[in-house]
Design a protein around this ligand. Structure first.
Ligand code: COS
Length: 382
């Protein structure tokens, strides 16, 4: 159920204040240390950020998609690494359980996920199964009351801190494609499960991705999410939702960059005047503003459609495609408007330029979004 408008505004205000007062001032340090301080993570927990999308009956805030996107917009105004701390709990790490879990599975894990006591990860990608996610090779072979998992996963966000993984693995070894894949809820403490060291990345320092290896990991059959063979559809529906959330964050980052550009261009003087007075600077601002407004409208409209129960596979892919490409262009123009100051570290613009690059890749590359949009458009007849 949607929040009343007053409560919703209070929530957005609270997140906006937290972003402005607690997160923005420490962005550079978090990037330098490659770590979000523990006290900030505790504050995120007490604000309920780990449970934004978890139903209220399990201790979360139970936001609908429109509300979650509004919060995502605010979170986008600080370094995206902060959002990543609880991003898997809100999105891909929890939503398989929320959408497909049994009552008993939900009761066991969702309260801990909502409070942030349990960190979750989504383990789909493998060395040989990236964009072609139906090609997963990790095996889950039934043995009595258990499944035995063997294989490895790659670039798994928050794996180093996760205590619960949603793992997509092939239960029918003779199958090809998505139909033989099932989803499992796998606690991190099980013997044979190991997590690699964090990868060194281009941006979003403070957020971590790891390899995860399964070496004869015994998972009770009780932990299977949905029916055997449903895992690929679980993953696709989780991603439909996740892509919309990411798109909202992209819009937030773009809006923040535009504000930073306006502030800088109004101060910076060349040829005897503030550079904001020059039409070639104004043209860049105008393009960025127009694209950010268009992305915001698309994202919010898609979120409302999803809340109304419509299938938004096409629109979520379009939102992710447009918003992630848009924020790349906005960040590029921001470097240009800042000039030399955009290229050096002190102003933080080059950091955001690097941070936003991954939005065009994770939760499905721009090219995969194009494939999905084209397929759906053809299916729908235009
Ligand atoms: N919701 C529900 N079901 C879906 C679905 C969705 N969004 N997308 C696909 N399916 C179903 C299809 O209906 C089909 O079901 P049937 O076998 O019953 O007909 C099945 O899943 C297979 O779908 P499809 O044939 O489209 O699968 P493909 O192998 O062609 O792959 C893409 C589809 C490319 C879209 C998919 O592999 C993908 O999204 N790849 C990117 C993965 C990704 O985002 N990775 C990022 C890492 S996770 S952070």
């Amino acid at each position: 159920m949607a929040l009343d408008l007053e409560t919703r505004d209070q929530l957005i205000d609270m997140v906006a204040r937290f972003v402005a007062e607690r997160l923005r001032p420490i962005e550079a340090k978090v990037a330098e240390d490659d770590a979000v301080p523990a006290d900030v993570i505790e504050e995120m927990k007490s604000l309920g950020l780990f449970g934004l999308s978890i139903p209220e009956e399990f201790g979360g805030l139970g936001l609908n998609m429109e509300e979650e996107c509004l919060v995502g917009l605010e979170l986008g105004r600080a370094s995206p690494a902060f959002r990543s701390v609880f991003g898997t709990n809100v999105g891909i790490g929890s939503q398989g359980l929320v959408m497909f879990g049994t009552d008993a599975q939900k009761a066991k894990w969702l309260p801990g996920i909502a409070s942030g006591e349990i960190i979750t990860s989504f383990a789909l990608t493998e060395p040989e199964a990236g964009s072609d996610s139906a090609a997963v090779r990790t095996l889950a072979i039934r043995d009595g009351d258990d499944y035995v998992l063997n294989g490895s996963k790659r670039y798994i966000t928050n794996a180093g801190k996760a205590s619960l993984f949603t793992v997509m693995a092939r239960t029918n070894p003779d199958s090809k494609g998505g139909s033989g894949v099932s989803a499992f809820l796998v606690p991190s403490g099980l013997p044979g499960l190991s997590v690699g060291k964090p990868e060194k990345k281009m941006g979003q320092q403070g957020a971590h991705i790891h390899d995860v290896t399964f070496d004869n990991v015994r998972v009770p059959a009780w932990n299977r999410l949905g029916e055997e063979g449903e895992g690929f559809k679980v993953a696709m529906q989780v991603l439909d939702r996740g892509r919309l959330h990411i798109a909202a964050v992209c819009v937030g980052v773009a809006e923040r960059l535009i504000k930073d550009c306006v502030a800088y261009a109004s101060e910076r003087k060349q040829f005897g005047q503030a550079i904001s007075g020059f039409q070639l600077i104004q043209a860049m601002l105008a393009d960025s503003k127009t694209e950010a407004l268009a992305a915001r409208a698309l994202v919010m409209e898609t979120a409302r459609k999803r809340d109304a129960g419509q299938n938004v596979t096409l629109e979520a892919a379009a939102s992710k495609l447009f918003a992630s490409e848009m924020v790349g262009r906005v960040a590029d123009r921001a470097v240009q408007i800042f000039g030399g100051a955009g290229y050096v570290a002190d102003y933080g613009i080059e950091r955001l330029y690097r941070d936003v690059r991954i939005f065009r890749i994770y939760e499905g590359t721009s090219q995969i979004q194009q494939v999905i949009i084209a397929r759906e458009t053809l299916k729908q007849g235009g």
